[in-house]
Design a protein around this ligand. Structure first.
Ligand code: T6T
Length: 328
């Protein structure tokens, strides 16, 4: 009898002391903010990944904010508003400029918010030995390699000869800058190919159409164009179609929007390079959760890979799953 009573008393004591502690630990979940670069299908798919992870981890809520146009002048006030809330533990962000977003993000860090960068990076992207090391990790594509894929594809389809042109976005954007760099490296492997220009459309599809149309007029024997992101590829493709040069001037489109895929199916785009924004978003939340749980050996760099989409493989489900599907 005495033994039974003792066991019961011990069980009660356990329940009183341990169970509330466990319940408390479960209640204490981190609050995560998500601040992508701009409103576009690439980041919309990333948001789907973020929200799915938030649901899977039972986090309930995410603090979300995004600018309508690209740039640090647009992104910084949104970041400051997130800092001012005073309740965020982590921020998943695609910095819109590799230098200009450093100081604003240092302010976030000082306010106790840990940073994970997705898609784009700060400094030189090397968070171990580079000039900026405070983010937990940089999760995104290998953009130099992405540019090389585009350059080699254009070189191959043009038989190693011809004039090519780059539609780029803004100076200082880590990703698109690296894509331009990789493209130039690949083009240099073909002695018969010549880069006849690179324009910056400020991430605006209309500007991209105007610039590409002007280039098509100025260089009547232009062989191919590399559009380095959603808006650049959209503008380049549209200008080529408007000029009646579809299929004649080869377009390599970065980012697998439904628009780019449509142009691919029509024969107006040669190749579409899909990134994996869903993975970037999901993994970033996972990293925040791991850090919150005390994991200290998270990799400072995660590359998420590509799917290269052509007219031949676009209907293969293993490839088609990487087309950016966003709700209408
Ligand atoms: O290409 C993506 C992204 O990777 C880049 O950093 C900015 O442009 C996009 O968001 C597409 O618009």
């Amino acid at each position: 009898m005495f033994k039974k009573l003792l066991t019961l008393a011990l069980c009660l004591a356990f329940a009183v002391t341990i169970i509330p502690a466990v319940a408390n630990a479960q209640a204490e979940k981190p609050k995560i903010g998500f601040l992508p670069g701009v409103v576009d299908p690439f980041y919309q798919v990333m948001e789907i990944g973020v929200r799915r992870a938030v649901e899977d981890f039972g986090l309930g809520e995410i603090v979300f904010s995004v600018a309508d146009t690209w740039g640090p002048a647009e992104q910084t006030p949104l970041l400051d508003a997130m800092i001012a809330r005073g309740d965020l533990d982590y921020l998943i962000i695609a910095p819109t400029d590799k230098e200009q977003m450093v100081a604003p993000l240092e302010r976030a860090l000082e306010a106790g918010i840990k940073i994970i960068t997705v898609d784009t990076f700060l400094g030189d992207g090397d968070y171990v030995n580079g000039p900026v090391t405070f983010p937990i990790s940089y999760i995104g594509s290998d953009n130099v390699e992405g540019g090389r894929i585009a350059g080699r594809a254009l070189g191959d389809v043009l038989g190693g000869e011809g004039k090519v042109y780059i539609q780029n976005t803004n100076v200082g954007v880590s990703t698109t800058e690296q894509r331009g760099q990789g493209f130039k490296e690949a083009i240099a492997e073909f002695p018969g190919m010549e880069l006849v220009g690179e324009d910056y459309n400020l991430d605006d599809a209309n500007t991209s159409v105007e610039q590409t149309s002007a280039k098509l007029q100025a260089v009547p024997d232009l062989g191919g164009i590399f559009g380095v992101n959603v808006f650049s590829a959209q503008g380049a493709g549209t200008a080529v179609v408007n000029a009646g040069l579809g299929g004649q001037v080869q377009v390599i489109a970065f980012d697998a929007t439904s628009f780019a895929i449509e142009l691919l199916r029509q024969g107006n785009v040669t190749l579409v390079i899909a990134q994996k924004p869903y993975d970037m978003g999901y993994l970033a939340v996972e990293f925040a959760m791991a850090d919150w749980a005390g994991v200290t050996s998270l990799p400072k760099r995660v590359t998420t890979g590509y799917a290269v989409i052509t007219a031949e493989n676009v209907d293969d489900p293993e490839i088609a799953r990487f087309i950016y599907q966003v709700p209408e």
